[in-house]
Write a protein that binds this ligand. Structure first.
Ligand code: PHE
Length: 343
């Protein structure tokens, strides 16, 4: 036989082996079948290896051509084999799967209790005609203090309370700067609330956290009075806690309101009769409020002879603690699912 005839013959054998291999692979039904195919074609004593051993009979021109063909065949055969092996494994897993087992429920998260309360607060105020405004958490000294008539020597500017940042910026210590930003961009009438994060250098304890949430309220129009402020806060308290909720105002001081007040809700635990939580007073302190100081109007070019307004703040944690009977503020931030799952 000539060298050329030899090459022709091996190529034919390769093609024949390819067909046989594919046929054998197609009829594989079990691991044992698969192992027979491996032994017959892919093992050291298998068909493919045998074809390699006759390469030596070829001449130097044919050997590389046929060799390449054989190499390609071996690689393709190996990968086809692995595909079948993989699908056998998968089929086996499915066979072992017990369809009668109870399903596994995916864990569904829920809104954090603070944000559930915040949503309620937003709904109550938007129903009463307030718009929801937002401002930055990194605030300039101007908006956080200056424009709110908080002079340089005021104790709330104390390094001990405020997180100061470079270049005259602070982490806002309250949501009141949003009052200024809103009035700057809008002519009266204004009715807005501004919910958001606030920051103070407080050591965490049962009632303090360096990060907390406030909702600011502001209403400016012609003829707005302290009675309107009391009416709105009272209406809010009753919508959130029920008709029997009472509100009281006590004189206080804030640089950006005049007159200023602090307001309390009647204790929801003892219904105002006096208990441990309200320290026997029957009242729980909520936050500050008052009539917008004319000096503040000066910063936003509102005419204090034409317009008047009220502003109030409220601590969201405070309200959530009352609503859910929580006695330690820190639990809001611990992400303990045993706590969070209750909401
Ligand atoms: N910004 C004040 C605080 O953080 C609360 C407040 C808001 C008081 C609006 C008066 C008017 O304590």
């Amino acid at each position: 036989m000539t060298i050329l005839e030899n090459a022709q013959k091996i190529l034919e054998q390769i093609n024949e082996t390819k067909d046989n291999f594919q046929l054998a692979l197609k009829s594989v039904k079990s691991k044992n079948d698969l192992e027979s195919v491996r032994l017959m074609f892919l093992s050291k004593k298998g068909e493919i290896q045998r074809l390699f051993s006759v390469l030596g009979k070829l001449g130097p021109t044919d050997r590389p051509v046929v060799g390449a063909e054989l190499n390609a065949f071996r690689a393709a055969a190996q990968s086809d084999f692995e595909l079948v092996q993989q699908s056998l494994l998968t089929a086996e897993k499915i066979k072992d799967f017990d369809v009668t087992l109870p399903g596994r429920m995916p864990i569904v998260g829920s809104l954090h209790p603070l944000f559930q309360v915040l949503d309620e607060i937003k709904i109550i105020f938007t129903e009463m005609g307030f718009r929801v405004e937002q401002g930055p958490e990194i605030e300039s000294d101007f908006y956080n203090f200056e424009a709110l008539n908080i002079p340089e020597y005021h104790p709330s500017r104390d390094m001990q309370d405020t997180f100061y940042l470079p270049d005259g910026y602070v982490l806002r210590t309250h949501t009141s700067p949003v009052q200024i930003r809103t009035m700057e961009n809008q002519k009266p009438p204004v009715r807005m609330i501004a919910p958001g994060k606030c920051f103070r250098k407080d050591t965490p304890d049962a009632t303090h956290s360096p990060i907390f949430h406030q909702v600011e309220g502001l209403c400016v129009d012609k003829g707005v009075s302290f009675a309107d402020l009391k009416g709105i806060v009272q209406a809010f308290a009753q919508k959130l806690f029920g008709q029997e909720m009472r509100v009281r105002f006590r004189p206080s001081f804030f640089p950006f309101t005049e007159p200023s007040a602090e307001y309390d809700f009647s204790c929801i635990f003892c219904k105002g009769n006096g208990c441990k939580v309200c320290k026997k007073t029957g009242w729980l302190e909520i936050s500050g409020a008052g009539m917008v100081d004319p000096a503040v109007f000066g910063f936003v070019n509102y005419d204090p002879d034409v317009y008047s307004g009220y502003a109030f703040g409220m601590g969201v944690e405070r309200i959530a603690m009352l609503k859910y009977g929580i006695h330690d503020i820190r639990i809001f931030y611990e992400n303990d699912t045993r706590f969070l799952n209750q909401f």
